[in-house]
Design a binder for this molecule. Structure first.
Ligand SMILES: [Zn+2]
Length: 178
């Protein structure tokens, strides 16, 4: 009887071991990611590149199609950002007792509002660019009428000045500011 019991005990021990093994690997609990909206410099956005075929027409169908797509996607992205902030700010109206917490919450919100403001301005600029496309003015400098150039537009799809006029414009602005 004693031997039987110990056999039983062995079996129980073995079973325990089997059960114990897979339990060893516990999934590491992920920390909840902070809800903070990271301010990204909208002006430095990287756009999809575009490779023109040999002897492709400047601002021809294919290029125009590319820019319309990029501009619309960008606009959608900006609108989504704005919507997200509104939701985030509504959720985040916590009344902090600590004046330091309150101050940092206020400056966070001020920063977000500034970002949103900049995004709204960008959306306006994108809309203006889209209407320039519609009226066949896109891709040509507003000042001198020269081609702005495909590479410049790929980097800055909302550019309205060629690089020469833009440079002169910036020099003039700097002089005015002095
Ligand atoms: Zn120009």
């Amino acid at each position: 009887m004693a031997q039987k019991k110990s056999l039983m005990q062995k079996a129980i021990d073995a079973a325990k071991k089997v059960v114990a093994k897979p339990a060893a690997k516990k999934p590491t609990a992920k920390k909840p990611t902070a809800k903070k909206v990271v301010a990204k410099p909208a002006g430095l956005k990287k756009f999809n590149s575009y490779t023109a075929k040999n002897n492709e027409k400047y601002m021809g169908r294919s290029q125009i199609k590319h820019f319309i797509k990029i501009l619309n996607e960008w606009k959608l992205e900006l609108s989504n950002d704005i919507d997200r902030t509104v939701i985030h700010m509504q959720e985040d109206v916590t009344a902090y007792a600590d004046p330091n917490d309150r101050a940092s919450q206020e400056s966070d919100m001020a920063l977000e509002l500034r970002n949103r403001d900049r995004e709204r301005k960008l959306i306006k600029k994108i809309n203006l660019t889209l209407s320039n496309i519609e009226s066949d003015e896109y891709g040509y400098c507003k000042l001198c009428g020269e081609e702005i150039g495909l590479n410049r537009l790929i980097a800055r799809p909302t550019a309205t000045l060629c690089i020469d006029c833009k440079t002169l414009d910036e020099i003039r602005e700097k002089q005015m500011a002095k």
